[in-house]
Design a protein around this ligand. Structure first.
Ligand SMILES: [Zn+2]
Length: 394
């Protein structure tokens, strides 16, 4: 997340040209009843000066459905431009559209917060025209940070004064006030309370942004959020969605076609002599294993053209093979004969490495532990057996 310092440098927030422009009584944002078509072009505007077309009313509705407010639309684009680092473009858009990203009082407030002018920002806060509860919450955030910075600079008396004379009278977040008091005795608690020093003023501004109505301070990354919402809606509405990529194009609506759904036979595998009961690809996708009623399992190799060919036919079970299980590294594979035994095979050679059996009982399922060393088998007496390294038997 880019800091506000990078996104909107102080030089941008109070732009002499912008302020001068916007306080011009002939400029339509402050006099919306002016006939817009008669608004003279701004001669200082490098790009706009050559454009003779009238600028639409900022509160006009746009879009095919007519429910997008032009001024909101322009403001989130402006915000996005600044966030992307296109400061000149953002500034030009503000001037050309006559739609400011923020009122001058907000620009001043943001500048004061970033400069650590806490008393000035509290004064400006009261001039914004916010509801009293919002003013109190915002004042708490500002004064709390003032308190932290005073303590950080060793001004304990001033910090205490801020706590007693400014923060406590707000009568909000009493538990938090109590915690702040503890910081005087134990500065190590700063971090616990969210004061991290670096870029802290930027975070104060972000916190204030969450408190203020979005129409006063446009939320960060609002345009990106809206675009992401649109893409998610398109994905959710995609009936045959089968998209493996990470990014969707913004140039067209997303839609997966039917052709991406597997729907035609491309190969028939007939190496088994009886019903195939279980199939499983190896973890690396290079092999497929099949288990059959014909008492065999087959390891198939996936060829470059995607077609499958027999690599090894695993014979040795005396009962139908119920299932197979690949080792995590695909070097080995387990097969389970129905209520019979489990066999461990070497994938490369197709050689049987081990037969797992329980006297008087049959095995019914098998699997590797994620560590690739131990295996587990289900047994017909309702129990499981875990088999670890350590050779026993023949
Ligand atoms: Zn799709």
């Amino acid at each position: 997340m880019g800091g506000l310092d990078e996104e909107e440098p102080p030089s941008k927030r109070i732009k002499p040209s912008s302020l001068q422009f916007c306080t011009n009584s002939n400029f339509f944002p402050q006099t919306h009843n002016l006939p817009l078509s008669t608004k003279p072009p701004n001669p200082s505007l490098e790009f706009g000066a050559s454009m003779a077309r009238p600028v639409p009313h900022p509160q006009a509705l746009i879009g095919s459905k007519g429910f997008i407010k032009r001024d909101e639309f322009v403001r989130i684009i402006t915000k996005a431009l600044y966030s992307l680092g296109y400061e000149r473009s953002g500034s030009i858009l503000e001037e050309e559209s006559g739609i400011q990203l923020h009122e001058p009082v907000i620009d001043l407030f943001r500048k004061q917060v970033l400069n650590g002018d806490w008393d000035g920002s509290i004064q400006t806060l009261h001039k914004i025209g916010l509801e009293q509860n919002i003013v109190k919450s915002a004042a708490f955030v500002i004064l709390e940070h003032k308190f932290f910075e005073l303590l950080e600079n060793g001004n304990i008396l001033d910090a205490l004064k801020t706590l007693q004379a400014e923060i406590s009278p707000l009568e909000v977040k009493k538990e938090r006030v109590h915690a702040l008091t503890g910081c005087i005795l134990c500065p190590a608690r700063f971090a616990e309370l969210g004061f991290l020093g670096e870029n802290c003023r930027v975070r104060v501004l972000e916190e204030l942004q969450n408190i203020f109505p979005p129409s006063i301070m446009v939320p960060e990354r609002r345009l990106e959020q809206l675009v992401e919402q649109a893409l998610n809606v398109q994905k959710d509405a995609c009936y045959f969605h089968n998209f493996k990529g990470k990014t969707l194009s913004l140039y067209m609506d997303h839609r997966c076609g039917k052709e991406q759904i597997p729907s035609r036979t491309t190969q028939v595998l007939d190496a088994h002599q009886d019903e195939v009961w279980y199939i499983q690809f190896s973890n690396n996708g290079k092999y497929l294993a099949s288990a059959s009623h014909d008492t065999t399992a087959i390891i198939w190799e996936v060829n470059a053209d995607g077609q499958l060919s027999v690599k090894h036919k695993l014979t040795g079970h005396t009962q139908p093979v119920l299932m197979v299980s690949w080792s995590p590294d695909d070097q080995q594979i387990l097969t389970c004969g129905m209520e019979e035994s489990v066999r461990l095979w070497d994938t490369c050679s197709g050689r049987c490495l081990r037969v797992y059996e329980k006297a008087g009982l049959g095995l019914t399922s098998c699997g590797f532990f994620p560590n690739g060393k131990d295996i587990i088998t289900g047994i017909s007496d309702k129990s499981f057996s875990v088999w670890g390294p350590g050779w026993q038997g023949d």
